[in-house]
Ligand binder design. Structure first.
Ligand SMILES: Nc1ncnc2c1ncn2[C@@H]1O[C@H](COP(=O)(O)OP(=O)(O)O)[C@@H](O)[C@H]1O
Ligand SMILES: O=P(O)(O)OC[C@H]1O[C@](O)(COP(=O)(O)O)[C@@H](O)[C@@H]1O
Length: 332
């Protein structure tokens, strides 16, 4: 986030555009709580997690009166363009605003979940994957030393991008995610997992299961307890939680955020320069390395599942030994 704010601020200053940053998400817009963003404000922030501007949910935006207040604030402050960094909720906010305000509304994809169409990767995703990967590598050491089974629950809300990337990057013995799991026969899947664990532990002791949050009925604890019902299994659970949303952003994310931030301001500037400035509501993202503009309405209606190629590669080639029968019998 900070890399994007820095890029937007520096580019605006160079192009002679005045730039302000609203604090606490849409709350700052509705309450007209903002700071002037000048190059001095963004010194030394690109390497920091979190955001200089703070972030918050804003229930008022869910009501039409709140959206109208936000639109009035934009008019009162003579804003020409609003750049919103966020996920699908934030973009629903943009979409609602476009009915009441006719400036340029530009979304930059920012969520660890990577679940937005119109881009290959979202700002935050690679940082979260790196953080989780480093953590799970450490869990592997303990799991190996104690010949233990671990479930690690990762974030993603209702998508498995983090689960798949982390599962493959750490060489996990099993990935349980939305893309391969159907809630058809939980008890049989547990039995199969128990068999796979027993077989795998003869080979090298540890067995790592990466579990997508919000997937398992009853939660990750329920899966751990079910596995532990077999007496020779000693399964521990680690819910990585919010550590995935913090820490120094990856270099890849800093570059992506910077590129999108510069592009957003350049887009506004070009429209002003060429007298083509008109109401618009779109998201900037990168698809196959190419900067791409996608209408927000399209972003909100399309899905971006984990690429099928990765689901298949994992199932067909990377799941080892008895674990692969999980995929033959129960998982897609
Ligand atoms: N349908 C909506 N209409 C207007 N604003 C919305 C809508 N949905 C979400 N928002 C606004 O966007 C904010 C962020 O949404 P949220 O889903 O929490 O995060 P994200 O942007 O990461 O998906 C919400 O707190 C709310 O202010
Ligand atoms: O702490 P909260 O508000 O429950 O949010 C947790 C959720 O936010 C997420 O971390 C996504 O957050 P971002 O979209 O802000 O990156 C999900 O993966 C998770 O389900």
């Amino acid at each position: 986030m900070n890399s994007a704010i820095r890029a937007i601020t520096l580019t605006s200053a160079k192009l002679g555009l005045q730039c302000v940053g609203f604090l606490h998400g849409y709350n700052g817009l509705i309450n007209q709580e903002y700071i002037e963003l000048t190059p001095d404000c963004v010194i030394d922030i690109t390497q920091r997690g979190g955001t200089l501007l703070k972030s918050a949910r804003c229930d008022a935006m869910l009501e039409d009166t709140g959206v109208q207040q936000a639109a009035n604030a934009l008019r009162k402050l003579h804003i020409d363009a609003l750049i919103v960094i966020g996920g699908d909720g934030s973009f629903r906010g943009i979409h609602a605003l476009s009915a009441h305000w006719h400036g340029q509304l530009i979304g930059l994809p920012g969520t660890i979940d990577n679940d937005l169409a119109g881009c290959d990767h979202t700002i935050g995703f690679s940082s979260a994957v790196n953080t989780a990967t480093v953590a799970i590598d450490k869990i592997r050491d303990t799991a190996n030393a104690f010949e233990r089974v671990f479930i690690t629950e990762v974030m993603g809300r209702h998508s498995g991008h983090i689960a798949y990337n982390v599962g493959i990057a750490t060489g996990a013995e099993a990935i349980l995610s939305f893309e391969n799991y159907t809630k058809s026969d939980t008890a049989k899947l547990v039995q199969q997992l128990q068999r796979a664990i027993t077989e795998q532990q003869h080979k090298h002791g540890s067995f790592l299961i990466i579990l997508a949050e919000n997937l398992w009925p009853g939660g990750a604890h329920a899966l751990r307890d079910a596995l532990n019902e077999q007496s020779n299994i000693n399964c521990a659970l680690c819910v990585l939680g919010h550590i995935q949303r913090g820490g120094a952003p990856s270099a890849e994310n800093r570059m992506l955020a910077t590129e999108l931030g510069v592009a957003a301001v350049e887009t506004v500037y070009q429209a002003i320069q060429h007298d083509t400035f008109r109401a618009a509501t779109f998201m900037l993202g990168k698809i196959n390395g190419v900067l791409t503009s996608t209408p927000i309405s399209t972003v909100l209606t399309r899905q971006k599942p984990v690429p099928d190629s990765w689901v298949k590669r994992y199932r067909d080639f990377l799941a080892e030994g008895e674990t692969s029968s999980l995929y033959t019998n129960f998982l897609n």
